[in-house]
Design a binder for this molecule. Sequence first.
Ligand SMILES: [Zn+2]
Length: 216
Amino acid sequence: MSAPRKNHLSGSDIPADKADRPSREEAEAAVRVLLRWAGDDPRREGLLDTPGRVVRAYEEFFAGYTQNPHDILARTFSEVQGYDEMIVLKDIRFESYCEHHMVPIIGRAHVAYLPNERVVGISKLARLVDAFAKRLQIQEKMTAQIADTLNEVLQPLGVGVILEAAHQCMSTRGVHKAGVSMVTSRMLGSFRDDPSTRREFLSIVSNQNAFSVSNT
Ligand SMILES: [Zn+2]
């Protein structure tokens, strides 16, 4: 039984029908095919253990498929002494994989929200980014997924998410443009409607000196 997949921008987009999942042996065999396709011989000594290693690496690269982003944010705290300013976690490094070429997208995420009485442990914001990064992605979708999930679960007054990333499918193949980064953003609630909130977020994110961040 497979539930109909939700809107692709939804935070609870948990793909991969478990029943369709190939065995480890099948996955290793597929790697041997790709080694042959590359022009090498998977039977030579240096490559004998490679399929097993690649399959184990895939378990790390794509660990996000086993995580439910909503669960990550489930535990919230409401004793915040009336704290009602923006909360920003910036420069969250992430490693993701382009869904068109299966090569790395490496970048940084900046995630912010304006709490509505409830806050979440700050490490959870980094885990939320990873839960969506460790999948096959396009950056636009990942940006929307992070923002929408934060918005749905915490129901804050606003959410701002900015991703900056380098795409290896652009630097190591195709147009071969290194040093290019792509920037995507999604602003919800007050981050979308209130220019001063948006400005504050952008200024915090663009401030290179993390220690001079203030709430003014
Ligand atoms: Zn690509």
